[in-house]
Every structure is written in C-alpha cells, then in structure tokens.
Design a protein around this ligand. Structure first.
Ligand SMILES: [Zn+2]
Ligand SMILES: [Zn+2]
Length: 332
C-alpha cells in the first residue's frame, strides 16, 4: 500500500509499504480521510520530541473497518463485538500503557508512556491502518465522511472547553481563529455558553469571514489591539484562550500575555498548542503536563467523544474550512 512516511526533519516520502496485519484486539481500517494539522507540520520539521522515524504520519483519521483480528482476547470490554467489516469509524489516536495510575483513573490521555498514532507510532496517511479496537468510535450515520473527518480536532476543542469549565453566561474570548480556535468557539457555544463568544484573528480574511458567518463576534487583531477592543466590548472575559500569535505559529509569549491582560479577575486562561523546544519553559510544561489539572493534551479520549458529534452536526459550515486547498497557514 502507499503511505506518507516521515523519514527525518523536513523529509516526507510516499512509500510502498506492506499492509499492516492486525493482531489480538486490533482492527484493520481502510482509511477514507486523514487530516493535516499544525502538529503534522511540527512533526515534519523535526520539532517534536520522541519521534523516531521512519513513521507513517496522520493522527486525524476516519475510515471503515476492513477486518477484525481473531481472537479478541485482548478486548476485555467487548468492543470488538460492536464492530464489523464496513463500519464507519473515527480513530482515537492515543496509545497509553493501561497500567499506570493515570490510566487506571481514566486519564490515559496523559499517561507518561503515551504514544500517538501518526506521531510516535504508524498513523493513517496510508491506505490501511492497524488500530486497537478499543480506539474505534462509530461515526453517526447522518454525518458525511467529509464532516466526520473533523472529529479529532473537534474533540480537542471540546476537551479544552471542558477543562476550562465554561459556565452559562460566561464571556469567552478565543485568540486565534484557525481551525482549532474556530472549533473551540463552536464547542463553547455547544456547551451552552449564552454569553458572548469572541474570536480574535490576525487579518486572515477567510478565517474572519467564516467566524462571522458562524455567528461569532470577530476582532481583527491587525486593525486594533485585541485586548483593548475586548475590554471595551465587555467587562473582560471569563475564559481567554491563546493559540497562535500569528498565522502558523505556536502560542507566543505575546499571545500568552494578551490572555493575562484580557481575562477578568479570577477568570480562566487555557493555552492550547505546541511550543517549540526553545520555548519549553516550566510554564509550557505545566500547560501540557501530566500532573496539572489544566492539561488539554491528548484530548480524544472516550469521555469527550460524544459532544464532538453534536458540534459537528451543528457546525457543518466548517466544511469550507477544510475543503481542499483552503489551508492558509503561513508555513507550507
Ligand atoms: Zn491534529
Ligand atoms: Zn499509563
């Protein structure tokens, strides 16, 4: 089969590789869609630690079950019985140890041994992918393939919104109107926020227009200081989320400083993104740590995977955002 393989910094190749053979507790999935996100760009450019090439990329994956490997002794919760050939599935790309305290307490997404399919283990930018059955999630029949392809990033947004404990009546500010920022804003609304949801974006017209079309309040951060604008519009948000300081960039100190200035007293600040190695100071480690309650790392765990379906049903306009050729990230 053909697969997109990361072979080293700035090196991606399309290779012919053997179709993987599923073993106990695993399924073989025929891939239909695989997303490309900022994490993939960091991976491609060699900025992610603990990645050992060669590895097949792709962690935002949906497809259909091609085969369930017998026997299924490694499937104690009976997930295998729920799936058969042809079933449409989204893949939760996390591989946790299942034995540590975090895993036993239901926090496997922050397991110290965590590996991510498409990053540390082979992913779905290929014709087929081998996946633990427990990591399969049935796609609701009313969702198209194209919309369902957004499941994993939507789960990220849902998890971030939950970690921020957004409440009814909160004012939510999202700094960065890219795909994740847009989805965080949608998730905040789906979570029942009946206050204002504002998105600040740096003069990226398509993003600004999409946010406006989705009924979000939009601030062009290039035209005015977003913090001053927000403070003028509101009594200061309850939740501020920083993602990208500029297009294609990870969260910057400037963006983080903006969240501190913008949030109200006792407000909640949640930072999502991947910091490059030279910025991995303790605060960055804290924001993505395994011990801190604010972590939004590895967010496609089972408990978060129902709300994304609701978000996707409600936000089908997002399809424009992911249509081929619509990526306008500053970096290739
Ligand atoms: Zn991603
Ligand atoms: Zn573990």
């Amino acid at each position: 089969m053909r697969a997109l393989v990361y072979t080293g910094p700035d090196q991606l190749t399309v290779d012919d590789v053997p179709i993987p053979e599923p073993t106990d507790g695993e399924a073989l999935v025929r891939v239909r869609y695989v997303g490309i996100c900022g994490t993939d760009l960091h991976l491609w450019h060699g900025a992610l630690a603990a990645v050992q090439p060669p590895v097949i990329v792709g962690h935002e994956v949906i497809g259909e079950v091609a085969e369930i490997a017998p026997p299924v002794d490694a499937d104690p919760d009976g997930a295998a019985a729920r799936f058969g050939p042809g079933d449409r599935v989204a893949i939760e790309p996390l591989l946790s140890c299942g034995r540590c305290w975090a895993c036993r307490e239901g926090h496997g997404h922050v397991c110290r041994q965590l590996r991510v399919m498409g990053v540390h283990a082979n992913g779905g930018a290929a014709e087929y992918m081998r996946v633990p059955i427990a990591r399969l999630h049935a796609i609701p029949s009313e969702l198209s393939w194209e919309v369902a392809a957004c499941t994993e990033p939507t789960a990220v947004a849902v998890h971030m919104t939950r970690r921020a404990e957004v409440q009814l009546g909160d004012v939510v500010l999202v700094l960065g109107g890219g795909p994740i920022g847009f989805l965080v804003a949608q998730a905040a609304r789906a979570a029942g926020v009946n206050g204002r949801v504002l998105v600040s974006e740096v003069s990226n017209r398509p993003r600004l227009e999409l946010c406006e079309a989705a009924g979000l309040e939009v601030i062009d951060a290039q035209a005015a200081d977003p913090v001053e604008t927000i403070l003028g519009l509101t009594a200061a948000p309850d939740l501020a989320r920083g993602r990208r300081g500029r297009r294609g960039a990870p969260p910057t100190p400037v963006t983080v400083a903006q969240t501190v200035r913008a949030a109200r007293v006792r407000g909640t600040i949640l930072i999502g993104g991947i910091a490059p190695a030279h910025r991995r100071r303790p605060t960055w480690r804290l924001s993505s740590s395994r011990s801190c309650g604010w972590s939004a790392r590895g967010s496609t765990r089972r408990a978060t995977l129902q709300l994304p379906w609701r978000c996707l049903r409600a936000a089908r306009s997002m399809r424009r955002h992911w249509s081929p050729g619509s990526c306008r990230s500053g970096r290739p």
